[in-house]
Ligand binder design. Structure first.
Ligand SMILES: Cc1ncc(COP(=O)(O)O)c(C=O)c1O
Length: 400
């Protein structure tokens, strides 16, 4: 298989690759050495006098610039959060939605997205869930267009789904939203760091993500993109960091309640500094490889897996077209037995709604795909042995 970047050097960054097949980046990614070192640098600095806060704050702003560049935004359109849920809740509560307005979503999308909007039902906002035509189909403008009416204010969906790996057609949906003057809110938790994202090209109004999957940071850090073009957004929560003119004497009064523009008004107090240091290092690593190369890499691993599974007769839930998938492949196999079996063989995967979820990352290689396929083949052969007399010869030929 052709390698699209210095994979061996990347694998050295991830010690986990020497011990096991880590095929679970859709759940979380293990740390890279350079990311761990960045966090250690922070903690070592923190041993003295609670650390050099001005330097940390400067780094936080430099990281904001790097993150903004990574998604084609500007720094003042980026707000740090603790995870995707927080970003989506900030978004849902910031939009000027009134009783009788409706929001369109895809049925079965991640609950952390759905609940952010369902919480608005208390205010009389209606959430309409649209059914897709099976888990191998993806959402496009045509999915939503028939459901838009005069009270539709927003569409919210995942870029890549966690349960079947569908890559929804966000740019197409973005064009539809622009045409109807509707907000487009994206959950990019699964796609960020795996697929190239340009928020302007996609026509996204707000986009939330956490950093513990494709962005290679541990849990507790996320961000929200808020387009400067989107007007009338009001923060549900307010801190001094959201004010245009924070009081120099630290005494809050109602005299001047002017908010910062764009994302700034949603900023809430101190940042997650250890994870911001981690994010700075992980963005450097990802940029060194190139996110387009990461996309191509996970697709190549997916091509290889699909071909091998076809040969074994194992069904994959989710789309097969390259433009409709990314790094997530859910195998239609009985979850309980298979996840345990793979774990016993040092393969980490996830149990997902439809079956066994395999997810690739920057550090996986084709040898690992082949090893996984071999393990699947072996166990399938054992099932045949248990069930049929002719299975014996099949198992022998596989083991040989
Ligand atoms: C699509 C999607 N959204 C959100 C989350 C997680 O939400 P949070 O970052 O708030 O924990 C996940 C998985 O962890 C996910 O797959």
């Amino acid at each position: 298989m052709k390698t699209v970047f210095g994979l061996n050097a990347v694998r050295k960054e991830f010690p986990v690759t020497t011990r096991m097949l880590y095929l679970d980046s859709a759940h979380q990614t293990p740390l890279a050495l350079s990311v761990r070192d960045a966090v250690l640098t922070f903690y070592n600095e923190a041993l003295e006098m609670a650390g050099p806060k001005p330097i940390w704050m400067r780094r936080a702003e430099e990281t904001r610039v790097a993150l903004a560049e990574f998604i084609g935004a500007s720094a003042d359109e980026i707000l740090y959060t603790k995870n995707t849920s927080e970003g989506l809740n900030i978004a849902a509560n910031a939009l000027p939605l009134k009783a009788g307005d409706n929001v369109l979503m895809i049925e079965g999308d991640h609950p952390n997205n759905a609940y952010a909007w369902l919480n608005l039902c208390r205010k009389g906002v209606e959430v309409r869930f649209i059914k897709l035509n099976g888990e191998d189909s993806v959402a496009s403008a045509a999915t939503f267009a028939p459901h838009i009416d005069s009270r539709t204010r927003a569409i919210s969906l995942s870029h890549v789904t966690f349960h079947a790996g569908q890559r929804h057609q966000i740019a197409d949906i973005g064009t539809l939203c622009k045409k109807h003057g509707i907000y487009l809110v994206i959950d990019a938790m699964q796609s960020i760091g795996v697929l190239p994202i340009d928020v302007k090209e996609l026509g996204v109004s707000l986009m939330a993500a956490g950093c513990h999957k494709g962005l290679l940071v541990s849990q507790g850090m996320g961000f929200l993109y808020v387009s400067k073009e989107v007007e009338n957004l009001q923060p549900a929560f307010l801190a001094m960091s959201g004010m245009a003119h924070p009081p120099a004497d630290y005494i809050a009064t109602p005299d001047d309640m002017e908010l910062r523009p764009a994302a700034g008004r949603f900023e809430m107090g101190n940042h997650n500094l250890p994870n911001l240091h981690a994010l700075s290092a992980s963005l450097a690593l990802i940029n060194k490889v190139g996110v387009r190369n990461i996309e191509e890499h996970v697709l190549l691993l997916g091509d290889r897996l699909l071909t091998a599974l076809d040969a074994l007769g194992v069904k994959v839930i989710g789309p097969r077209d390259r433009q409709h998938r990314a790094h997530i492949y859910v195998l239609d196999l009985p979850v309980n037995e298979w996840v345990d079996y793979l774990a016993q063989n040092q393969v980490r995967v996830s149990a997902e709604r439809g079956g066994v979820r395999i997810s690739f990352a920057i550090f996986n290689n084709s040898i690992e795909v082949d090893r996984l396929v071999e393990l699947i083949k072996l166990r399938l052969a054992k099932e045949i042995v248990a069930g049929t007399p002719e299975g014996d010869s099949l198992l022998t030929s596989i083991q040989n």
